[in-house]
Design a binder for this molecule. Structure first.
Ligand code: DON
Length: 305
């Protein structure tokens, strides 16, 4: 396995030159774009890593997977999906267009920004701090890492420049999709996107999903099987945004990307894979990271299709 991961990094490294780090959140533009790393955690709890597998990055949209699981555990599937849909979009992750052109302002799915902001408004807690602490505590259990916290600089950078997300949130507040104060929901969303971890942590989270919600390290049931199944389905249909179809053909795994350069992938019943490469393609997915996953999936014949 170690050799395979080293080969995957060697194969994918040239592709990082085809991408560039996200710059619409200024703090994200400061990273070294040539980094590329991968980690795997097996169902037995064994782990391997290669390249920049211990470098920290922010979860960004990968956090939407955790937020959705927590919201469904808090409020139930029926209520959550009265506020957000289940259908993929062919639009970019931060698109506003469908909110107005569809019959209701209900965002199409929980993986796009609008859907994730709506989901965040459903997480239980007296105030933002309590909601965030609950969410970070949940991410720590999923990643089996008690040290995880959020990056203050990235949070402030996104908070200062998140005009598009503010527009989405205000639109949904007007349409009664969002519960509570707009600024409070955005604070939770921006802080959640700034949660900092590494590819090994992400691989562990993938392994929990691969095991239908059970930790491969402790055997603890962290999420019910039905919710693990639900999020894996969204990862297949919407996890790579408007590149989800091509990714399904080329890699064939439930996965979720973030503009910090991470990709969470899960191989049901087998392993979790975490990838980090901050140079992004035009759709906001890690350019090198997708190639790493393509290589591993092909060599180990991992596609679920
Ligand atoms: O809301 C945003 O734009 C970012 N905090 C997260 C977006 C993201 O990661 C999209 N992923 N590829």
């Amino acid at each position: 396995m170690q050799n395979l991961l080293d080969e995957a990094i060697r194969y994918a490294l040239p592709y990082v030159l085809e991408g560039k780090p996200a710059s619409y959140i200024p703090e994200l533009g400061k990273v070294d774009p040539k980094q590329l790393g991968v980690a795997i955690v097996s169902m037995e709890g064994n782990h391997w890593g290669s390249g920049a597998c211990n470098s920290n990055f922010t979860m960004q949209s990968i956090s939407k997977v955790a937020a959705l699981m927590l919201a469904v555990m808090d409020r139930g599937e029926q209520y959550v999906f009265s506020k957000v849909g289940m259908e993929p979009t062919g639009d970019p992750f931060n698109s506003i267009i469908k909110l107005e052109t569809m019959k209701t302002a209900k965002p199409l799915n929980p993986m796009i920004n609008a859907g994730a902001i709506a989901v965040d408004s459903l997480i239980l807690g007296e105030h933002v701090e309590e909601k965030l602490n609950r969410l970070i505590g949940f991410v720590r259990r999923l990643c089996h890492n008690e040290k995880i916290w959020f990056n203050q600089e990235v949070y402030q950078s996104e908070n200062a420049t998140g005009y598009r997300n503010r527009a989405l949130a205000n639109f949904m507040k007007d349409a009664a999709i969002i519960e509570g104060e707009v600024e409070a929901v955005l604070e939770l969303y921006f802080k959640q996107c700034s949660i900092e971890l590494n590819a090994m942590d992400i691989a562990m989270m993938g392994a929990v999903l691969a095991g239908d919600g059970t930790s491969p390290i402790t055997g603890e049931v962290i999420i019910p099987k039905s919710i693990a199944r639900l999020v894996k389905t969204f990862m297949v249909t919407c996890g790579m945004y408007d590149a989800s179809g091509e990714f399904a053909v080329r890699v064939g795994l439930p996965a979720k990307s973030g503009v910090g350069g991470g990709i969470l992938a899960t191989v049901p019943g087998k392993m979790g894979i975490g990838v980090f490469g901050p140079a992004l393609d035009s759709k906001g997915n890690s350019a090198g990271g997708i190639k790493v996953l393509e290589y591993i999936s092909r060599k180990l014949d991992l596609s679920i299709f």
